[in-house]
Design a protein around this ligand. Structure first.
Ligand SMILES: Cc1cc2nc3c(=O)[nH]c(=O)nc-3n(C[C@H](O)[C@H](O)[C@H](O)COP(=O)(O)O)c2cc1C
Length: 199
């Protein structure tokens, strides 16, 4: 399928078939794809946690608010984390970059308030989300991006030390009854001319 067709046919899955699992080979591909995600100055300020263990998935579901059933029945939950320890980030990530990228960080990012640097780091994690959702569509895997989770409770359950959770993505295969499938809930978007200008 073309990329356009993949984007037309993907949708946010609301109900999963718990009996269907994403294959280990596809999980390995998704890990590699996340590793390859681009980021500003190649800063890679992230960490991704693939959860397949049923007990942990059930515990995460408990702190997933209205998203609980998706987390419980999905094949895997992929948690997108950002580095929260700025000193660690600067030493291990920025410090390992070529001189030119280090200079960019020093001149344009470092002078900003810490909250803005951290917002910039989170932007990179969202970019990885776009890559990930597109990859799932291409691989025939259903997905649900979820900001509606208790991120602090996620970080606790995952025992994150230098990272904090930003959001999670449930992946797997839709339940045949999923009310959000496109034949029941056709894709809604603003008309192209309203959001895209050609000058
Ligand atoms: C960053 C982000 C967070 C989202 N959080 C949730 C969520 O917590 N629960 C949910 O069911 N959908 C969530 N969505 C799905 C959006 O509502 C959905 O992408 C949008 O309505 C467009 O529908 P579509 O993905 O089916 O095309 C989220 C999407 C994004 C990109």
């Amino acid at each position: 399928m073309s990329f356009v067709k993949n984007m037309e046919s993907r949708y946010t899955t609301k109900m999963y078939d718990a009996s269907k699992k994403v294959s280990p080979a596809q999980i390995a591909d998704l890990k590699r794809i996340l590793q390859l995600s681009p980021s500003s100055i190649n800063s890679q300020p992230w960490g991704f946690t693939f959860v397949e263990e049923e007990q942990l998935k059930a515990a995460l579901a408990q702190v997933s608010l209205f998203n609980a059933p998706k987390v419980e029945n999905a094949s895997h939950v992929v948690v997108f984390n950002v580095i929260s320890d700025l000193a660690y980030f600067e030493e291990n990530h920025i410090g390992a970059l070529p001189e030119r990228q280090q200079e960019y960080y020093k001149n344009f990012l470092k002078p900003m308030p810490e909250a803005e640097i951290k917002a910039w780091m989170k932007h990179q994690v969202y970019l990885a989300l776009g890559v990930f959702l597109s990859a799932c569509a291409e691989m025939g895997i259903d997905s649900t991006p979820m900001e509606g989770i208790d991120v602090a409770a996620y970080a606790d359950l995952l025992k994150l030390e230098k990272h904090e959770t930003v959001f999670a993505v449930a992946i797997g295969y839709r339940d045949v009854e999923d009310f959000n499938q496109l034949d029941k809930n056709p894709k809604q978007r603003k008309v192209l001319e309203e959001v895209i200008a050609t000058i």
